[in-house]
Write a protein of this length. Structure first.
Length: 209
């Protein structure tokens, strides 16, 4: 992915991308379809398309990609990794193949971004919002991927990371949703966890410009 520079006069921007789950990865795509089929059967609802979310940030300090992804190697600093967490079971996190990483990757790329649907979604054009997102990401919780360790009623995953950092940075995420007929498991988990650190009356939440 080649990141474009913001238009003249724009000091910052936050764009969200909805990428079909498993785009470019057959195993993930198939397992996602099986998961959704089981979820739809239990909930007695039609099946939906599943999406993975990621952010592209333009700020005075540069351009950044924010995404949760598997750990491919031990060179996380090259990808701007700010945190890692376990996948499936906490004890499995001792093995690299069972860890995820959270990237704040300057001039980075998002694999398969060309397959994103209805994207990018402009979340904010405020440089201060972009700056808060970059700053807050380093304090994100890292519960076990695919489980509900934080008691939100929903698993923690890549969508949780995006909704957490947006909510924590003052962006109202209640109106953000995946493309029609789509679903983003984990989105509400991130919002719930982030809101626990905000005032009960919501005074710390600010609508994005």
């Amino acid at each position: 992915m080649s990141l474009e520079r913001p238009a003249t006069g724009r000091r910052g921007s936050v764009d969200l991308y909805w990428i079909p789950l498993g785009a470019g990865a057959h195993v993930v795509r198939v397992s996602g379809k099986l998961f959704e089929a089981a979820s739809a059967l239990v909930a007695r609802r039609p099946r939906r398309d599943l999406y993975h979310s990621a952010l592209v940030i333009a700020a005075p300090g540069g351009h950044f990609v924010i995404e949760q992804a598997p750990v491919p190697d031990g060179n996380g600093q090259r990808r701007g990794v700010v945190a890692e967490g376990p996948v499936g079971m906490r004890w499995l996190g001792r093995f690299r193949v069972f860890r995820y990483e959270i990237r704040r990757w300057q001039d980075g790329r998002i694999p398969d971004i060309n397959q994103a649907i209805g994207s990018p979604i402009g979340v904010s054009d405020d440089a201060s919002v972009a700056g808060r997102i970059l700053e807050n990401l380093s304090s994100i919780p890292t519960p076990v991927w695919g489980r509900d360790e934080l008691g939100t009623g929903e698993m923690w995953n890549s969508n949780s990371v995006v909704s957490w950092v947006l909510t924590r940075s003052g962006v109202r995420t209640d109106a953000i949703s995946p493309p029609p007929h789509g679903r983003a498991p984990g989105w509400d988990a991130g919002r719930v966890v982030a809101a626990r650190g905000l005032s009960d009356d919501g005074r710390e939440l600010r609508s994005a410009p």
